[in-house]
Design a protein. Structure first.
Lengths: 310, 274
């Protein structure tokens, strides 16, 4: 237990000693940033002394965290210390952090806009996708119409429609925002519909028959049998849909929507404020990472009944 | 008055084979009345239509001809009054054992009346420690036990069992046979059970229905006039077992004799099974 923790413990203060050596660093933000994590790990180490669970978690993650900080170190070194990467197009971590702090208000507002767009579109797409997927899975005649729709349009990347949405945005309720919501919803709808349909189709006949011998109602067959029974497939669609939704969101914001992080990136690029641009990129990366992590946590919880999960 | 009287009248079932469009008779000329509270076992060769018969009584399959009455009412579709334990357990994998049972009770609208019986039932079949486990965490035999009590919990007038103990070792099997008898005596419901085990049929039933190979017809109805609990070592017991085995073998012999001298009908049947 202790060996890895000590290694970890030794690494983190290393960064701390390293950064103040950079004479040309205008601020200490990066030091604070690293110091924060150093303190975090120090705290974790102390907790580990008392809790075997915390220690196990730390031991498992120590190598990857160490690698992450080494990468950060290498990046800092390649930009700030040596200027190896072309300047000023690749700002150093300290500058990026400072840009985040400077523009925190507008960044927060952009983040809010992005997330609102993402989840409105995603939510609508998921809702409609589950409904049409279950309907197609249960009824052969509905499947007859939905299957080709999914096959043909599902093969076209949703962002293909973006120029049309932009042109028509004047006629869409909610304007460009409404259009982008529509775009994301449609993009998410395909994978959800097709995975849900396949999920319902793969439910053993006996499951529905057993339910019917207990007198399960029609609605119960859908909500209490078909959907839970096919939930592993639905979650496959939810994950796929989320990555498509993220792509669609960014493309929409970079190309047309006048709010959100994508828009902020463009705006900063226009002003040649590369640190600000990078700040937004980092925020996008972290946000999408968190969104996906939460989604997979929900998935693991909901599918805890399944073999091989948990 | 006891409920669960089943009257099967001139039942006939054939399936249409998808590829050849041929008619495949699974069940023919089936006439049989089961009194309320009886324990009927159905024995017969594999593929003779036993499951099909049970599915029709449950209301999952429509007869091609004839009909089935349950307490005077024609069977049209499923009902919580007629429970079915499937050949493959068919528990809901996303629910724990206790929730599987609770779900059955809620769906049948009997939760308020029987919720208090869930835990005792689970305990009775030795699944107490697994009440909060998911089906995949149980052994095959445990799943089968869980499926039996799930259907029983709803307290159906008729419980249809499709080889419920087929997957179990003989020791567990005997324990559960006693358990089934006890539950049946307690509930006084009608039981219709398919089995491949002649001993099991003799040990449990009030009457045994022997079916001929496909298309399934009743070869013989054998009453078992022995009081419960029965003694597997009794002379009467082994005599009945021998007699049943003979009947079953006889049925197979006839089929074999036919096979040597193929008539048009057996030839057609032989083709249809290919
Ligand atoms: N849905 C179906 N479609 C076509 N044929 C079917 C169908 N269900 C059953 N059959 C046919 O009906 C016959 C009787 O099947 P059934 O399942 O009732 O046999 P069984 O007596 O239960 O056999 P086992 O003891 O092996 O379970 C078989 O020949 C089978 O092929
Ligand atoms: Mg069968």
């Amino acid at each position: 237990m202790s060996l890895l923790i000590i290694v970890q413990y030794l690494y983190v203060p290393n960064f701390r000693e390293f950064t103040p050596l950079d004479q040309n660093a205008p601020t200490n933000t990066f030091v604070w940033f690293l110091g924060f994590f150093a303190a975090l790990f120090l705290g974790w180490n102390i907790v580990s002394l008392f809790s075997s669970r915390a220690s196990g978690m730390l031991k498992k993650r120590a190598p990857i965290f160490t690698a992450a900080f080494l990468l950060l170190l290498a990046y800092d070194w390649a930009t700030l210390s040596t200027g190896m990467l072309p300047q000023p197009f690749v700002p150093w971590p300290d500058a990026i952090l400072n840009a985040m702090i400077r523009d925190r208000e507008i960044l927060a507002r952009s983040l809010y806009h992005s997330l609102r767009l993402l989840f409105t579109g995603y939510g609508i797409g998921v809702g409609l996708g589950v409904i049409s997927g279950v309907a197609a899975g249960r009824s052969a005649s509905i499947r007859y119409w939905i299957q080709p729709l999914v096959k043909v349009f599902g093969a076209i990347p949703a962002v293909t429609w973006l120029p049309i949405v932009i042109v028509l945005s004047g006629n869409i309720p909610g304007g460009l925002f409404g259009g982008a919501v529509l775009l994301i919803a449609v993009a998410v709808w395909y994978p959800i519909t097709s995975t849900t349909m396949n999920g319902v189709l793969s439910v053993p006949k006996g499951t529905f028959e057993a339910a019917s011998t207990f007198g399960v109602s029609k609605l119960g067959m859908i909500f209490k049998v078909a959907i839970p029974a096919s939930s592993p497939f639905v979650f496959q669609g939810l994950t796929q849909g989320m990555s498509i939704a993220c792509t669609a969101l960014l493309v929409a914001e970079l190309m047309g929507v006048e709010a959100g992080l994508g828009w902020y990136i463009n705006w900063q690029r226009g002003w040649a404020d590369f640190a600000g641009m990078y700040a937004a990129v980092v925020i996008i990366a972290v946000t999408f990472f968190i969104v996906n992590a939460v989604l997979s946590m929900i998935r693991n919880f909901v599918l805890r009944w399944k073999e091989g999960i948990s | 008055m006891k409920k669960g009287r089943i009257k099967i009248r001139d039942l006939h079932k054939s399936f249409i084979r998808e590829k050849t469009n041929e008619d495949l008779a699974a069940l023919e000329n089936f006439n049989f009345t089961i009194n309320a509270g009886e324990f009927i076992s159905v024995v017969g060769a594999s593929g003779c239509g036993k499951s099909t018969l049970l599915r029709m009584i449950a209301g999952l399959e429509k007869p091609t001809r004839g009909d089935i009455l349950c307490d005077g009412k024609k069977v049209e579709g499923t009902s919580p009054d007629r429970g079915l334990v499937f050949q493959e357990h068919a528990l809901f994998p996303w629910l724990t054992i206790r929730k599987n049972i609770a779900f059955a009770l809620k769906s049948s609208g009997r939760y308020n009346d029987y919720a208090h019986t869930i835990d005792p039932l689970i305990e009775k079949v030795g699944l107490k420690e697994f009440a909060n486990s998911y089906p995949h965490q149980l052994s095959g035999g445990m799943r089968q036990r869980a499926a039996v009590i799930r259907s029983l919990a709803v307290s159906p007038d008729v419980l249809l069992l499709d080889e419920p103990l087929g997957a179990l070792d003989s020791f567990t099997r005997m324990v559960l046979q006693d358990e089934i008898i006890r539950l049946w005596k307690e509930r006084e419901n009608t039981m219709v059970m398919i089995t491949h085990d002649v001993d099991e049929a003799v040990y449990l039933s009030t009457r045994i229905v022997v079916m001929s190979p496909r298309p399934g017809r009743i070869t013989e109805i054998v009453p078992v006039p022995m009081p419960y609990p029965r003694n597997r070592g009794a002379l009467e017991f082994s005599e009945l077992r021998t007699r049943l085995l003979k009947t079953l073998n006889f049925a197979a012999d006839v089929e074999r004799a036919k096979g040597l001298e193929p008539s048009t009908s057996t030839l057609a049947r032989w083709r249809s099974t290919r």
